[in-house]
Design a protein around this ligand. Structure first.
Ligand SMILES: *[C@@H]1O[C@H](CO)[C@@H](O)[C@H](O)[C@H]1NC(C)=O
Ligand SMILES: *[C@@H]1O[C@H](CO)[C@@H](O)[C@H](O)[C@H]1NC(C)=O
Ligand SMILES: *[C@@H]1O[C@H](CO)[C@@H](O)[C@H](O)[C@H]1NC(C)=O
Ligand SMILES: *[C@@H]1O[C@H](CO)[C@@H](O)[C@H](O)[C@H]1NC(C)=O
Length: 663
């Protein structure tokens, strides 16, 4: 529309001698006039084909019909992407079928122009599965939209498998950009997570620039090109981010005053809900939009598709945004602020009304659910700032591992009211959780959304588990181990970004501090005396007793009971924020008795190794017969029984002992 208006003005004054003057006035800030994007199909000397879309602001080249982005020309930069690597703007999917495991670059075999008008160009690179085992059994359609007077590219993918297609596991679906190494050195993930970054070369272990560490993605920069990085750690997982906060990240060229950003206006197409952690940007320079992955969840992520399972999902659109600032003042500040402003604009425009695929419903074709969430934990109170969302039908909490459907999440306001809008038609469960309370909420009825649905649920009440009054508690129920003791990093393997930072847990090697703090005896926490922010180590890890020998550890909670109801039933509510190949055994007053709870082997979320402060949430409600307790001093033994290395372990979210109910 914007372009149309400009053209009208031009026609009206076409005969005027003022045309040149007006043209100058109409030039946007960047000095290039807005014009409809053009599409050119080019055959190179080597016989390869290219599609080039140019809107006067950016000029984007795609390999054709594969549909990889090979170059983005912007401002004075010929290619914002790294011309020295073969693939630099691409989708990929890791997959596993019967006797086959692969990384499919999902290259198209068919190029089509879907839309071309004065407002935009939409192009498609698609591939239909041909039954072979060379490619993932999936029909793919990669779409790109370039709009008039828009400094970026909208990208989305429509993926489909038909019933009767072979069983497959699709572990990771993402878009990756490798940026120009000469230009992009400054990375931004959040207001308080941005820094000048080392280079890929600095990470090179084989050339002796860096040293391998205990987990393969982490290296110690021993001989970096820039001496300032010496003895720092580089690890891409230090820049991971929860889906709810993962709306924009990217890189800045301080030399060219240009920014490159990946903007995710919605969480609907992501997996695992708002607390799922995904990679963002990291050394390369690399920027990733991750749609599905096992990160911080592991094998529990539902990425397997059975033979009779048909599936279709639209991933995206995401917006690849470029910006520039020629004022020369402080490009790091201005470009990041502008990227956030643009993100807000994209969020407001969601769901985009310019997407051609009929698989992407418009605003009118979506529905809304409103209601008010209350919590009944002895008293009825409004659920403040609770997370509430629609996700595919399943058990309470199943959204944490769901990858196949869409999820729509929001927050309740101070009085518990919520509006979930722009929901795609379908059948969902209403899920949620409330900071300050344990367990997952699930509304008893399914919610069916049709085009234009306006569903009002009025009052929905969440009754978190409780069998009696609280005797004592450790931590706060927030699904993370954030509030516990997080030690300082080692001087020769730290990331200065996270010194004196709210996210001090994003440091390498913190798990090793346990053995130093507790060389002979394990942690003992005395209720009423100890302070969980100082005395409860953030992760229940193994102890390193010799080079590569690790042993299980047993933590104790010591507490006093002035009186015991022998015939009553006490309850231990034990919420875990993370588990990695762990087996937690809980015993009362006898370290060698049969455990009251033995979780068996749980969790593959790797949050300890990957510096997350949580992985998947789990709650255990443990019945404790009064006869196991004593008047006076009692001890709970928490044993993490698996120990083959440094990374088996747990993070606790919250622990509470409840007295028998008086009823
Ligand atoms: C182009 O976009 C810029 C920035 O969004 C805006 O200020 C300008 O008015 C637009 N120009 C036209 C011709 O629509
Ligand atoms: C919460 O939302 C309800 C319903 O939209 C509204 O009436 C109320 O004023 C809001 N309360 C606050 C504190 O924002
Ligand atoms: C840590 O941050 C606080 C608050 O931003 C600041 O007052 C303090 O000086 C900082 N300490 C160090 C050692 O940088
Ligand atoms: C526990 O320790 C924290 C951090 O040192 C401190 O801020 C808090 O006041 C302490 N709590 C109590 C009850 O002493």
């Amino acid at each position: 529309m914007r372009f149309g208006k400009e053209k009208m003005i031009l026609q009206n004054i076409a005969s005027s001698s003022m045309i040149c003057f007006l043209l100058l006035l109409l030039l946007p800030r960047n000095g290039i006039s807005a014009r409809a994007p053009t599409v050119q199909q080019i055959r190179s000397r080597h016989g390869t084909r290219e599609v080039v879309v140019d809107n006067g602001i950016i000029r984007v080249s795609f390999s054709s019909p594969q549909g990889l982005i090979t170059s983005i020309k912007y401002k004075g930069i010929d290619n914002v992407l790294n011309p020295r690597v073969r693939t630099r703007g691409y989708w990929d999917i890791t997959w596993q079928g019967e006797n086959i495991r692969g990384l499919d670059g999902i290259e198209g075999t068919n190029f089509r122009i879907i839309t071309q008008n004065e407002e935009q160009v939409e192009i498609s690179f698609s591939r239909t599965w041909n039954g072979g085992s060379k490619h993932i059994p999936l029909n793919i359609d990669k779409r790109y939209i370039i709009r008039t007077n828009t400094s970026g590219i909208y990208a989305y993918g429509v993926f489909e498998r038909l019933s009767e297609w072979p069983e497959v596991e699709m572990g990771q679906v993402r878009i990756v950009f490798k940026l120009n190494t000469d230009r992009f050195r400054y990375m931004v993930v959040a207001d308080n997570r941005q820094r000048q970054m080392p280079t890929d070369n600095d990470r090179d272990i084989h050339r002796g620039h860096a040293k391998a560490l205990a987990y393969k993605e982490a290296v110690q920069l021993t001989r970096p090109n820039d001496i300032r990085f010496k003895n720092q750690v580089d690890d891409k997982y230090q820049y991971s981010c929860e889906v709810k906060d993962n709306k924009v990240h990217g890189w800045i060229s301080t030399k060219s005053h240009v920014g490159f950003w990946l903007i995710s206006p919605s969480g609907e197409y992501r997996s695992g809900g708002p607390s799922k952690q995904e990679l963002t940007s990291h050394v390369g320079p690399t920027a990733i939009t991750s749609f599905t992955s096992g990160h911080y969840v592991g094998r529990d992520m539902e990425t397997r598709y059975k033979t009779d399972e048909a599936w279709k999902k639209v991933m995206g659109p995401v917006f690849i945004y470029l910006n520039s600032d020629s004022t020369g003042n402080n490009p790091r500040h201005s470009l990041w602020e502008d990227a956030k402003r643009q993100t807000e604009e994209e969020v407001q425009a969601w769901p985009y009304d310019f997407v051609a695929s009929s698989d992407f419903p418009s605003r009118q074709e979506r529905g809304t659910v409103t209601g008010r969430l209350l919590v009944n934990d002895r008293f009825l109170t409004p659920a403040q700032s609770a997370y509430i969302g629609l996700a595919p039908p399943g058990e309470a909490g199943s959204w944490q591992t769901n990858t196949k459907g869409y999820q729509f999440w929001t927050h309740t306001n101070e009085t518990g009211y919520f509006t979930i809008d722009n929901v795609r038609p379908g059948t969902y469960n209403l899920y949620g959780w409330v900071p300050g309370f344990i367990e997952d909420f699930q509304y008893q009825n399914r919610v069916d959304i049709a085009a234009g649905s306006q569903i009002s649920l009025d009052r929905v009440v969440f009754k978190p588990p409780r069998n009696g009054p609280t005797l004592w508690e450790i931590g706060v129920p927030d699904r993370t181990a954030r509030e516990y003791f997080v030690p300082e990093p080692y001087k020769d393997t730290m990331n200065p970004l996270y010194l004196n930072h709210t996210d001090k847990f994003r440091q390498y090697g913190l798990w090793q501090r346990y053995t130093e703090l507790y060389p002979n005896h394990d942690l003992v926490y005395t209720v009423g005396v100890s302070n969980y922010s100082q005395d409860w180590f953030y992760a229940h890890v193994t102890r390193n007793i010799d080079k590569s020998t690790y042993v299980p550890t047993t933590w104790q909670i010591v507490f006093q009971l002035p009186y015991v109801n022998w015939r009553g039933s006490y309850t231990l509510q034990l919420a875990l924020a993370s588990a990695a190949r762990a087996n937690l055994q809980v015993r009362f007053n006898n370290e060698y008795s049969r455990p009251l709870l033995s979780t068996g082997n749980i969790g593959r979320d790797n949050a300890i190794a990957r510096h997350g402060i949580h992985g998947v949430y789990r709650l255990y409600t443990i019945n404790v017969p009064g006869r196991l307790l004593r008047t006076g001093t009692n001890t709970i033994y928490l044993r993490q029984a698996k120990a083959t290395g440094p990374f088996e372990g747990l993070m606790y979210d919250y622990i509470r002992l409840e007295a028998p109910s008086r009823a």
